[in-house]
Design a protein around this ligand. Structure first.
Ligand SMILES: C[S@@+](CC[C@H](N)C(=O)[O-])C[C@H]1O[C@@H](n2cnc3c(N)ncnc32)[C@H](O)[C@@H]1O
Length: 552
């Protein structure tokens, strides 16, 4: 007779990432608890256990099953996460769910338990377990926490998480060496075939039976531009590649992502060169370690993205399930042996239509992008931006420098252009003036009066703001080349502009060294920005456009 399976419950269970992994590891998940009905339907249909729709904060302990040897779960991370609330969430509120989770562990007294959350929670747990902390009363549960990168367990995703619990982390770590590396490219390629073989679980399926693999329309040129700029030219965050590299694992799959967001993973469509698209729900699910047979019973595309992004990767929870049962690495069966238990539920989920381009934008839609040739890493940059005031929109080049804690900006309209230009050496004077003339001419001939209308998709016009940005980029790059040999002079002229603006305080400005070390670029930006702004102000259509007109 086989060994009796250990009985487990899954708290804050979502679609059952924990439940599925534990089930594959041979654990009997008898019940799961979650307040989102659609997630429970998904969990129930795929994992065939009782998935209860409840508010766990109000769940009374005597409603829980008895004879439970394992408790797992993922209390919500919204209040702790840096990506959700920029690190400013209500930690006390987030801790209420962790307290409830630990209260349940304390009540059921399972042999082992595991809780997953964002990495930041490791420090919070440590702090709150100290004398006086709100988790001190759970000290006897022997909570230890550990940061894991799920990529090391065969997931094609660099997903860092905190795992807390009272089980053998060393044993869990020992499984890493036997896992196989998978990449974004491998997932994309596998799902593009007629006869699909799951890149992680080896399950076979005809393309016609694969759900949620609806390719969305390629990014249009504007979306492509914004997406690329937010990844490659972000003023503060590290540069990312655009499109995403196929030979690597991906960054964290999130629960939301728009067509233009920095977080969204974008690939070059293998079937249409030079065309870029986001991933399908199924591609994201594979990158999250779900088998291709798993069905997401969400009623909209957004629901499905949330189900996938929120989940604990079942591939990872499979390994935790093994460690919870103290199974030695060599005793873990190959993933392909689980194909039978991973049969798709019937009926399968309906596909949901992806978001379409051409969302509605307010007439006041904001535009702010750095001019690529006139930016340095760490936030020093010249932006082309629209400034929306009550009933008008002004376009301008703006200069930012300093440090993240003390961002400085200079009004380029106040800059004395003639004083700077009078000091430009004869050898390059004609070329410098010619570049500035090109800028003035471009602005003068541009349809500035309708630029906001085009940008906000509220009407037609001849000039898109990215056309102006590209012109400024090109002129900027030429100007930097011209000024580059004049290091001393450019430093002096930049210094003069700072002195004119800040007076004696100029020497105390943050980030001065950066400006001095890149004086040719800064001077190029100052004179191009001042020229652009002057041309915008005296533009025949007037730089300040009444919003009512833009919408007409
Ligand atoms: C990080 S997700 C967990 C995902 C899950 N482990 C999975 O694999 O899909 C947190 C879940 O907690 C649920 N939740 C949040 N507050 C809850 C509450 N008070 N009661 C029950 N569920 C809650 C959310 O709906 C969400 O699905």
């Amino acid at each position: 007779m086989g060994k009796k399976k250990l009985r487990a419950i899954d708290l804050y269970s979502g679609v059952g990432g924990w439940s599925l992994g534990l089930r594959m590891a041979g654990i009997n998940v008898v019940a799961s608890y979650e307040r989102w009905g659609m997630a429970n339907e998904t969990n129930f249909k795929n994992n065939r256990h009782q998935a209860q729709t409840v508010d766990i904060r109000r769940l009374s302990l005597d409603e829980l099953p008895t004879d439970i040897q394992i408790v797992v779960g993922s209390p919500p991370c919204t209040q702790f996460s840096y990506s959700n609330r920029g690190g400013n969430g209500d930690i006390a509120d987030g801790l209420k769910d962790i307290i409830k989770f630990l209260t349940i562990v304390d009540y059921l007294k399972p042999k082992v338990w595991a809780m997953e959350n964002v990495p930041r929670v490791a420090e919070i747990l440590e702090q709150e377990l100290l004398p006086g902390g709100c988790l001190r009363k759970f000290k006897h549960l022997n909570l230890k926490s550990h940061i894991v990168n799920m990529e090391e367990f065969g997931l094609p995703q660099k997903r860092q998480r905190c795992i807390a619990g009272n089980f053998d982390f060393e044993l869990l770590e020992s499984y890493k060496s036997a896992t196989h590396k998978c990449t974004l490219g491998k997932v994309i390629k596998a799902l593009a075939k007629k006869k699909i073989v799951d890149p992680i679980y080896g399950i076979e399926m005809d393309r016609a039976d694969l759900r949620d693999h609806v390719t969305e329309r390629a990014l249009n040129s504007e979306e492509e531009r914004i997406n690329m700029a937010s990844k490659t030219l972000h003023p503060v965050y590290n540069a990312m590649s655009f499109p995403d590299r196929l030979d690597r694992s991906v960054r964290t799959i999130t629960a939301t992502c728009t067509r233009v967001s920095r977080e969204s993973i974008v690939i070059e469509d293998p079937t249409i060169p030079n065309s870029y698209r986001r991933l399908t729900v199924r591609e994201r699910a594979c990158l999250q370690g779900f088998p291709i047979t798993f069905q997401f019973y969400g009623s909209s595309y957004g629901h499905k993205l949330r189900m996938v992004g929120n989940a604990v990767p079942p591939l990872f929870s499979y390994f935790v399930g093994q460690a919870l049962q103290q199974r030695a690495a060599e005793k873990i069966s190959a993933l392909s042996t689980h194909a039978e238990s991973l049969r798709a539920p019937v009926p399968p989920a309906e596909d949901a239509s992806p978001d379409k381009p051409g969302a509605h934008f307010p007439k006041t839609r904001t535009f702010r992008f750095a001019i690529p040739s006139l930016r340095l890493k760490s936030g020093v940059r010249f932006d082309l931006a629209n400034v929306v005031r009550k009933d008008r929109v002004d376009w301008a080049v703006e200069f930012y420098f300093g440090t993240p804690k003390s961002i400085q900006s200079i009004d380029l309209a106040a800059l004395s252009l003639s004083a700077v230009l009078s000091r430009i050496p004869m050898a390059i004077s004609a070329q410098v003036h010619s570049e500035l003339e090109k800028v003035s001419q471009f602005v003068c001939n541009a349809d500035i009066g309708n630029m906001q209308r085009v940008w906000s998709h509220n009407g037609v016009g001849l000039t898109r703001p990215f056309m102006l940005l590209d012109e400024l980029d090109e002129r900027g790059s030429e100007m930097v080349k011209l000024l580059m040999p004049y290091e001393r002079l450019t430093q002096e002229l930049v210094g003069n502009v700072l002195l004119d603006t800040y007076g004696a305080e100029a020497i105390k400005l943050p980030g001065l060294l950066k400006l001095a070390n890149n004086a040719a670029l800064i001077l190029a930006g100052l004179i191009i920005g001042a020229t652009t702004n002057a041309a915008l102000i005296k533009h025949p259509q007037k730089a300040a456009i009444l919003l009512a007109r833009a919408a007409a």
